[in-house]
Design a protein around this ligand. Structure first.
Ligand SMILES: [Zn+2]
Length: 283
């Protein structure tokens, strides 16, 4: 193997911090050096306790598009069996540490993580609800067998950063997502985003990870008010359907347009764990 760039990795053990000097294999860098036509697009979904009808709607969109995808799971549901039947779909975990900020719930961070990891024991990928992270959580992730973390969002168009994976000191490979439906909705509310041009986001370089929520796909949410005003019926799909945005601008329409643009440009799709494997199997 040819190494042409060295990086220092810090790896925590139970009792001490070990400093390892490790060479970054060229295969790692090739992820970001591929053209945006060759590099896969990653479609991810934060389930966020969606009721089965809403989750099923999102699953059907993925199945019909015949793309690879990663679902970050929040709870047990019979639909997990359907997701597991599809080799194109990867299951990750979406633990909710938010109650810890309010000193509520009674469960520790370790227990919260282990409870959801027990539902999806095959998961190696994690994205926390509300993207909560930090070195102590990353250490818990690694010790619980998780290896890749997707907890950082930035608006690539504003930040002018090329999304590139990187190891953190705990041994977790961190990947960055550059589009998230609720963030796009918030930017649209602030008139930072003027449209819902899905194809335009394929023009960016780097590892392009999109983050959708089933509720926003179902509602085709285009502004925060639609989501907030329907909160009372988010788990009542028949009533929720009356709150759907039928215009061609919204999160659901964005997904459909994105799939169309991916197909038209013949761009491959991938699962989050694929990025880990591209990084030479991790450390
Ligand atoms: Zn969430």
């Amino acid at each position: 193997m040819i190494f042409d760039q060295f990086t220092i990795l810090f790896h925590y053990t139970e009792s001490k911090l070990i400093y390892k000097v490790t060479a970054m294999p060229t295969s790692s860098r090739s992820l970001t050096e591929k053209t945006n036509r060759e590099s896969p697009v990653y479609l991810t979904f934060d389930v966020d306790w969606a009721c089965d009808e809403v989750l099923e709607y999102a699953i059907s969109l993925v199945e019909d598009s015949d793309t690879k995808a990663t679902f970050f799971i929040t709870h047990d549901t019979p639909l997990l069996a359907r997701l597991r039947e599809n080799p194109n779909i990867e299951l990750g975990v979406h633990p909710n540490f938010s109650p810890l900020l309010e000193n509520g719930g009674g469960a520790s961070a370790r227990e919260i993580l282990q409870d959801i990891h027990a539902v999806v024991p095959e998961a190696v990928a994690v994205r926390s609800h509300a993207l909560m992270t930090g070195s102590l959580l990353s250490d818990l992730f690694y010790k619980d067998g998780l290896r890749i973390e997707s907890n950082t969002y930035y608006h690539v168009g504003r930040e002018k950063i090329i999304p590139s994976p990187a190891y953190d000191p705990c041994g977790m490979l961190r990947v960055f997502h550059f589009w998230e439906d609720d963030c796009h909705i918030a930017w649209a509310d602030q008139r930072v985003e003027r449209d819902w041009d899905a194809g335009g986001f394929l023009d960016y370089d780097g590892v392009r990870i999109f983050d959708f929520h089933p509720i926003h796909l179902f509602l085709n949410t285009e502004h925060g008010q639609r989501y907030e005003s329907s909160r009372g019926v988010h788990r009542a799909p028949t009533e929720l359907a009356h709150h759907r945005n039928t215009a061609d601008a919204g999160a659901g329409a964005f997904f459909t347009d994105l799939i169309g643009a991916i197909k038209a440009r013949n761009i491959p799709t991938g699962k989050i764990a694929d990025i880990l494997h591209a990084f030479d199997g991790g450390i």
